[in-house]
Write a protein that binds this ligand. Structure first.
Ligand code: BTN
Length: 242
């Protein structure tokens, strides 16, 4: 059952649950408002990519209004990834997090997170946390996987949504009280990127490096081939595992 903290709006079809949620947030919808859609015809991913959203997947966006400064908004990606990791692990599914916002299993993409902020001058007025997970049916992208494929049988989407939202409520309020430390520890535990050789793909091409840590603003610390340590942010690069 979905925790009564959340006000859930279920739609059959929508352009993008993130777009609907941002519209509602601008109109003053309270924290905990969730838009869920059976399918999206203009689902969006990170870095301007589209997110294929056929029936069978879980697509939702949650409105939050954390009292944090806009530059800390990427921490909500860490919070959400840690929640997805925990909720799906509890079901016995071998999932991990690929930095910054991917959910993967056996190297195949299972889901993703898109956090978008609405800010008024120096303060954050709302955040929309969008989550897409392939649940039932064939994975919508080549090289993807689904919870049905991992579990061996079709799964109840509503139960999975309730589990994820339950984790979100618990972890979000703990984060507001205790800061990012415990979330970051959980993210690091679940992150398959750490310790691996990666290719950082930016506007000037690809650069090999080793992923060594995640910082409090969601940045990835890497060591270049000459041993130099530096950080990269999610909006600067995409990652290929070497
Ligand atoms: C990514 O991996 O690039 C992020 C994908 C996020 C997809 C979800 S589906 C629900 C919500 N609505 C959208 O348009 N995008 C997010």
């Amino acid at each position: 059952m979905i925790d009564p903290f959340f006000h859930v709006h279920c739609l059959q079809e929508v352009d993008s649950t993130n777009e609907r949620a941002k519209e509602l947030a601008r109109q003053g919808a309270p924290e905990g408002t969730v838009i869920v859609a059976a399918t999206q015809w203009a689902g969006r991913g990170r870095r301007g990519r589209s997110w294929s959203s056929p029936h069978g997947g879980l697509y939702f966006s949650l409105i939050l209004r954390p009292p944090i400064s806009p530059d800390l908004a990427p921490q909500l990606v860490l919070v959400t990834a840690a929640c997805l990791y925990r909720a799906l692990h509890r079901r016995g599914l071998p999932v991990s997090i690929k930095w910054p916002n991917d959910l993967v299993a056996g190297g195949k993409k299972l889901g993703g997170i898109l956090v978008e902020a609405g800010s008024a001058s120096q303060s954050l007025s709302f955040l929309v946390v969008g989550v897409g997970v392939n649940i039932n049916g064939p994975p919508p992208i080549e090289g993807g996987t689904s919870i049905e494929a991992l579990a061996g049988s079709p799964q109840q989407k509503e139960e999975i949504l309730a589990d994820i939202l339950g984790e979100m409520k618990r972890t979000y309020f703990a984060y507001l009280q205790e800061g990012i430390g415990p979330v970051l520890a959980e993210y690091r535990r679940g992150c398959t990127t750490l310790g691996r050789e990666v290719i950082l793909v930016g506007p000037k091409g690809g650069a090999p490096a080793k992923a060594v840590d995640i910082g409090e603003r969601g940045e990835l610390f890497v060591e270049d081939l000459d041993g130099r340590r530096r950080s990269v942010f999610a909006d600067e690069v995409s990652l290929r595992c070497g």
